[in-house]
Structures are given as C-alpha cells and as structure tokens.
Design a protein around this ligand. Structure first.
Ligand code: DUC
Ligand code: ZN
Ligand code: ZN
Length: 469
C-alpha cells in the first residue's frame, strides 16, 4: 500500500490549459500523486472550497540581479524577486544570465548561479543573453550550455551594449537551429531609435514622454519583420518577446499564416499602460519607461485580441526592477536627465497573474484555459520544463495556487513584496489574488502571507523546447 499523502487539497475547482474539474489532489514527495474523489487522509489537509485551483505561474521573462552597464542596479535579487513572484502566484521564474561584450558566456552563467545560490524561494531556470557571438561562443560555449540545460537565449536588435548586427543574428539563429534551442528576439530597429533620439534631444525634448516618441511602433514593426525573415531564411522557430501593438502583431500573424513557426510573448504593460503614463507629473513618467514603450488604448485592444485568437503563446512580466528614487535606479543619470538615460524596465512579477486573471478571465476577455496556457503551460513547453512544470497532472511537481476570486483589492505598492519603491499599477482594482501558493508540495504563501524559506528554490535544467505544431 502506498504511504499517506503529505498534503491533500479537497474540493478543488481545478483548471488546466485543457480541462476543468472538481476533485481532491493528493501530494506526496513534492509531486502530484493523485487526482480523484474522496482521497484518503493526508498529513496535512486544505479545504479549497470557494477557491480556484490553478497551476503555479511561470514567469518566463523577468530580470533579477542582472549586472547593468550604466551604473544602475536592479533592486530585486533572487530573494526579493522570487518572494514577490510567489506572493503573486508564480512558482517558477526564468531570468537571464547575461553575457557582457568581451565576457565568456560560461562566465556569465557561473556568475549568475552565484547570484541565485541560497536565495530563491521558488524554482528557477536561466535563459542566456548572447551579446558577443564570437567564434568560440557560437562554436563551443553555446552548444555546450544548450546541452547542459540552458536551452533558450535572448538576442537584442537594439541597446548598444547588447545588440547584434544582422549577420550576427543569422549566425546565432543558425546555432539555435542546429542545437534545437529557442531564440528569443528583442525586436526594435536600433539606428532608427538613435536617429529619432538625437533629433528629439537636439530640440530639447528630453522628458520621459519622449521615450515613446523615440520608439514608435514602426521601429518595432520593421525589426519584427526582419527577425521573422531571418528565421525563415535560417529555417528555425523564434519567439518575439514583449510585443506591444498592432503593427508588430500584424507581422506575426502574417508569418504564422504562412506556416512559419513564430512564437510571441506580450506583457501586462501593453494591456494596462499607455504612452500617456509616460507623461505623469514630475519625474513619475519614468516609472513606465520600458522598451518597447506602452502604446495607446486601441493597441491594448489589439493585444487582448491576440491573446484570444492564439497569436500569443506567453504573457510574461518583463520585470526589470529599478527604483524611482535613489542614485542607482531611474535617476542614475541625475534628476531631469534625458529619457534616453533612464533605465528601461518596470516591475511586475507580483501583479502579472492577478491582473490577467481579473481583467482577462473574470471580465470575459479570455477563457480560464487560455489564462493557464498563457501564464504557465505554454512557457513550460516552449522552454523545456513540461510536463514537470506548467500543469496539474499526476507526476508533475506540486506547484499549485489557490486563488481568491471573490474579494476586490486595490493594487498598491505597500502590499507587494518586491524591493522597488513603486508599482505602475497603483490604484487598479482586481478581484483575484493568490490565497495559498504551493511550490513542490511546500506551502510558501498562506492566506496571502509568505511562509516559505528563502533558498528552498531549485535550479531547473531545461530540455529542448516543444514547439507548437
Ligand atoms: N526592455 C527590455 O528589453 N529589457 C528590460 C526592460 C525593458 O524595458
Ligand atoms: Zn527586451
Ligand atoms: Zn526583458
């Protein structure tokens, strides 16, 4: 006879990316051991009546403790970042081991492990960032690291310290094809941005709102089209990250309709913020400076439609934590510095799931199955963590969230657990928030309060991606 369950969750209204069911969940040794009716007693029991029980979220694009080249410092390390993620219903994060130009990729990975060691509350994998694709990086380091479980990497078409030229992009995509890795692409035209930025600054237009003027949708559209063309030329699937609006969506739809394997990610900032938020009083517009920038209401609707019609695979936070005040955050270049000197990025690890569940599912814009797919299952498949992560199924890790969907809450920075001094979503009302969060069978958040031990999170080596057909 099998031993007693460690934990039984009873009367659970469970949803996965495929199904909805009411059942009990039996958890043993960190995994889901049984789904059924009237399961035998566990050492510990939770009554989930009235709660929605979903797979823990996977935040497949976030930045934690990533070294920066402009003097800024990310406010969240693996401790505060994973604490914040867990409190928001996320049980796996995938931040970036970023190669600096001139640095070996292996050294970036070694350094990033040291930053994570002993700090994470929940499990984590690493994407790589390839910024210096030398012959030895492409010939030896990258293939070896892919084989060791770093099966996805990001490349940039903009940012002077990170960007690759077209030839380098082609050569790097060719490694992804040969090795079966997933290439994530930041698609913005760097020269167009530089030209627009210089003109704006010469005219004295340096306030945060000009960040959006310097990076119009056209520059994203052009780069998205180029990235798609390169993927077609090399014959490799790619994933376009943080897609912000109509013109980029149109390129992706066009490519997908031609049978190209183009995957896409968007983020809450493109659903809930707009370029008007860059014009908040004083320096507050800096809070919402991220790239690509938030667009307008009409583009938000296009992004919602893309979530509904399957254009997008993943909703990630792109959490990039810079404090509004203090010398190493948004003001690193001084009070009143030009928009081009303000670190890009907004915090969002803790708010991603609640915003999308509340405004997406509970308001009828997307289905519960789409929510689970977009926030967990698809990321697990595309980044090689499925079926261990991303679903509620027998044998999967017991990464489970019990959601309270019956209480209205107003988002405020004081209720969040990140180390950033603001949230761009301050004042938005949501009617979903995590009540209990379970990571590999351990309760890490109980009645909304963190109870888990920092350092219990484990590194996850990723398999090759499972592409959508
Ligand atoms: N854009 C990025 O590409 N990365 C971090 C944050 C941002 O705004
Ligand atoms: Zn990016
Ligand atoms: Zn990012």
């Amino acid at each position: 006879m099998s031993s007693r369950f460690d934990l039984v969750i009873r009367n659970a209204r469970v949803a996965t990316a495929a199904d909805t069911m009411v059942c009990d969940l039996g958890i043993r040794a960190g995994r889901i051991a049984a789904l059924g009716q009237d399961l035998s007693a566990g050492h510990r029991e939770i009554d989930a009546a009235g709660r929605l029980v979903l797979p823990g979220g996977i935040d497949a694009h976030c930045h934690l403790d990533q070294p920066m080249s402009d003097g800024s410092v990310m406010a969240d390390d693996f401790a505060s970042g994973t604490l914040s993620a867990a409190c928001g219903g996320t049980t796996t994060v995938i931040p970036f081991a970023c190669q600096m130009k001139g640095q070996s990729l292996r050294a970036a990975v070694t350094d990033y492990h040291a930053r994570a060691e002993g700090k994470a509350l929940i499990d984590y994998a690493f994407h790589l960032i390839v910024s210096d694709p030398t012959a030895s990086v492409l010939g030896q380091e990258l293939p070896a690291l892919i084989g060791e479980g770093y099966t996805s990497f990001k490349i940039y078409m903009t940012y002077d310290d990170l960007k690759l030229n077209d030839r380098q992009i082609l050569e790097t995509l060719d490694v992804a094809r040969r090795e079966g890795a997933m290439a994530m692409i930041h698609a913005e035209n760097t020269d167009a941005i530089a030209w627009l930025t210089e003109r704006l600054e010469l005219a004295g237009r340096i306030a945060p709102k000009y960040h959006a003027v310097a990076r119009p949708l056209l520059v994203e559209r052009e780069a998205t089209h180029r990235a798609i063309s390169f993927a077609e030329l090399v014959d490799v699937p790619i994933l376009i990250v943080h897609v912000s609006g109509r013109e980029a969506v149109e390129q992706i739809r066009w490519a997908q309709s031609r049978g190209l394997r183009i995957h896409a990610e968007t983020c809450p900032q493109y659903l809930f913020l707009s370029a008007e938020d860059l014009d908040r009083p004083g320096h507050d517009g800096a809070m919402c400076i991220c790239s690509p920038p938030p667009r307008d209401k009409a583009n938000q609707e296009v992004i919602w439609a893309g979530l509904r019609n399957g254009t997008f695979d993943i909703v990630s936070s792109d959490h990039a934590p810079f404090r509004l005040n203090g010398p190493t955050g948004k003001k690193v270049a001084g009070e009143g510095a030009s928009f081009s000197k303000i670190p890009n990025g907004i915090p969002g690890l803790e708010t991603r799931m609640a915003l999308l569940l509340s405004e997406g599912v509970l308001k009828g814009r997307i289905t519960l199955q789409q929510f689970v797919a977009l926030t967990a299952t698809n990321a697990a498949k595309l980044y090689g963590l499925y079926p261990r992560k991303g679903s509620i199924a027998i044998g999967a890790d017991a990464d489970i969230v019990l959601w309270d969907t019956g209480t209205a809450r107003t988002i405020g920075n004081a209720m969040l657990h990140h180390n950033v001094d603001y949230t761009p979503y301050e004042g938005i009302e949501v009617s979903a928030w995590p009540d209990t969060v379970i990571s590999r069978g351990d309760i890490v958040v109980e009645r909304g309060r963190p109870v888990g031990q920092a350092g219990r999170g484990q590194f996850l080596a990723c398999a090759r991606p499972q592409y959508r057909g």
